[in-house]
Design a protein around this ligand. Structure first.
Ligand code: ACM
Length: 613
């Protein structure tokens, strides 16, 4: 034992008891916290930047406990669960770094939902299909299916385990599958007839055949060797069925991303929103500005941003262009388009730290972000901004055949740019009022630039703001703080993807329990909450055609390792997939709970998730 670090929440306060085996002179206690901190007693706050907290302590005497009490600075935050306690603690002292035992044993994601009674004859399928009829009797799937179509070969590579038997998905001795084409069927849709003598699968396109094969794989997983004889007519409700992954706060390996793409494909999700740039890092290895990723890719003591990992040691990474090619190849086989995101004007601390000329040197605005960053906003009045950002956008967009680039645009601080002479000049020149106008002008300029090379811009909901109409140029907006901003944007002519935090943010804790794990600012999000809403809310039927779809988002601040990711995503991704694919009336929370329990056993290998990890 070199040190113990015992952490307890006591109402709003967090009490840390630190005991070291050796004397330590000039110790500084460092850790990451979900939100900026203040010290109540026991030390002096040196800095709290983006949740990385540094507290100067008195010299420590061996075996003598020292107590430090801290609080979240923002009074709306209390330590709701274990993820809100100090994470990755360590001590910096005169002679180096002393790692402290982590306060967090890892995520426990709530208790298993109580399964409702399974309908004995129901098809066990997530997302639920548009229409199905049971023909009576069963079909023998014990030897898998015999089909030579390449979509079936792709499905066979998705490493999910059948629950009740070890049948392969594909085998020449399996139940024969006949493939047909019917151009009258909807895009991505399929028609399946499951009969004892064989299967007939019809679709208009390759995506439909792929999803038909996925459905067969599901039925093998959920029903085992004997699947119900049935007719299934199925097609997605929405063309955009997304999952987002924040790889900026914490680096997720290419293997983790490939595994996520497999899980998405199983759930018939077809858009991967790859968030590799934020305040903490820019992780794509771009040629136009190599220092961007070279200087920000790693965490740890002495790095540009030390926080959000388990201790002071170096960790992280960046994505090479070869990594992008691997990810794109996996995605394409699985009918998934990949949309990259770069962040501006806010959430850009990494950019502004590496290239200070992206800010106005005379700007004295107190622009702190709600995550605790100071100066994380790029200045649209700076020439350097317009030298870098269009070039960066071009290079990133060119790597992705989807030709969509998400430009960020969330959470610009109200106080940003207020005292920037460069922005004052910009306002005068272009007749702009407040920050919303300036941001709208900047985003519109970026979107126009992208449009010239055939790239469609996307952005968070805030990009609709401004008297000038916001970003424009056919951009897709992502409604995250609720559905209201999405509906309002749709009425202003934007296409919208709904990802309201209270239903679709999987970094939220599953429950309100103190021993759970996760953010809580949008409330605890149980499995039922993921389906307890309508992407086209009541009263918004007039803009239903503008709502492109549904997306789940995952922010990674406190998720340092892959094994912590799956228990947060699952089973809730099943809810998002249901909202995105299925008709509203086909979704039933009780049935979803039954399915979740069944799928859990099948997914133990690839995406280990449990209700109590
Ligand atoms: C967001 O959650 N700031 C998009």
């Amino acid at each position: 034992m070199t040190a113990t670090f015992d952490v307890r929440a006591d109402g709003r306060r967090i009490r840390c008891v630190l005991t070291t085996a050796k004397p330590l002179a000039g110790p500084v206690l460092c850790f990451s916290l979900m939100a900026p901190a203040k010290v109540v007693s026991g030390g002096k706050l040196l800095d709290s930047l983006g949740g990385h907290v540094q507290i100067a302590l008195p010299d420590l005497r061996p075996g003598k406990p020292h107590i430090v009490t801290v609080e979240h600075r923002n009074r709306i935050f209390a330590p709701a669960n274990r993820a809100w306690l100090p994470l990755g603690p360590y001590i910096r002292h005169r002679h180096g770094i002393l790692e402290l035992p982590p306060a967090e044993p890892g995520p426990r994601t709530g208790t298993a939902p109580t399964p409702a009674a399974a309908g004995p004859d129901a098809l066990m399928l997530c997302p639920p299909p548009t229409a199905s009829t049971l023909s009576g009797g069963t079909v023998d799937a014990s030897r898998g299916f015999a089909c030579t179509h390449e979509a079936f070969a792709t499905v066979a590579t998705i490493a999910v385990h059948a629950r009740t038997h070890d049948a392969p998905f594909l085998s020449p001795q399996g139940l024969p599958v006949t493939i047909g084409t019917d151009k009258a069927l909807p895009p991505e849709g399929y028609f399946l007839v499951l009969a004892p003598e064989g299967i007939r699968l019809t679709a208009a396109d390759r995506a439909g055949l792929f999803y038909g094969a996925i459905t067969l794989r599901h039925l093998q997983i959920t029903h085992g060797a004997r699947i119900p004889a049935a007719r299934i007519a199925d097609a997605p409700r929405f063309p955009w069925r997304g999952q987002h992954l924040d790889c900026a706060r914490n680096f997720h390996s290419v293997d983790t991303i490939l595994a996520l793409l497999d899980l998405m494909a199983l759930l018939k999700l077809n858009r991967f929103h790859w968030h590799f740039a934020d305040d903490e890092a820019f992780r794509l290895e771009v040629d136009c500005c190599p220092e961007l990723w070279q200087k920000t890719a790693f965490r740890g003591e002495g790095e540009l941003f030390p926080g959000f990992r388990g201790g002071g040691a170096r960790a992280g990474g960046s994505y090479s262009k070869a990594d992008v090619v691997r990810i794109l190849a996996r995605a394409a086989e699985r009918n998934i388009e990949v949309m990259p995101e770069i962040e501006m004007p806010a959430h850009a601390f990494a950019l502004t730290r590496v290239i200070p000329e992206l800010r106005d040197p005379k700007d004295t605005s107190p622009d702190g972000s709600s995550q605790g960053y100071r100066g994380n906003t790029v200045n649209p009045g700076s020439d350097r901004t317009w030298q870098l950002l269009p070039a960066l956008a071009d290079e990133v967009a060119a790597l992705f055949p989807f030709r969509h680039l998400h430009l960020g645009c969330d959470e610009l601080s109200e106080s940003a740019w207020q005292r920037s002479p460069l922005v004052s000049r910009l306002k005068k020149r272009h007749g702009l009022g407040g920050n919303h106008d300036v941001q709208g002008w900047m985003m519109a300029r970026m979107a126009a630039h992208l449009a010239r090379s055939g790239v469609r811009a996307a952005a968070w909901e805030e990009a609709a703001r401004g008297r000038n109409g916001g970003i424009g140029h056919g951009a897709i907006l992502f409604s995250w703080s609720g559905q209201g901003p999405g509906v309002a944007a749709a009425r202003r002519g934007y296409d919208v993807v709904m990802c309201p935090a209270e239903h679709a943010y999987f970094d939220m804790a599953h429950t309100g329990a103190r021993d759970d794990w996760g953010a809580i600012w949008a409330g605890a999000t149980g499995l039922d909450d993921t389906v307890g809403w309508n992407p086209v809310p009541e009263g918004a039927e007039d803009v239903a055609g503008r709502i492109l779809g549904v997306q789940g988002n995952f922010w990674s601040e406190f998720t340092t390792q892959a094994h912590q990711l799956w228990p947060m995503l699952m089973p809730r991704m099943m809810g998002t997939a249901s909202m995105a694919w299925s008709q509203q009336g086909a979704i039933d929370a009780g049935h979803l709970r039954v399915l979740a329990d069944g799928y859990r056993a099948s997914m133990a290998g690839a995406w280990a998730w449990n209700y109590a990890v």
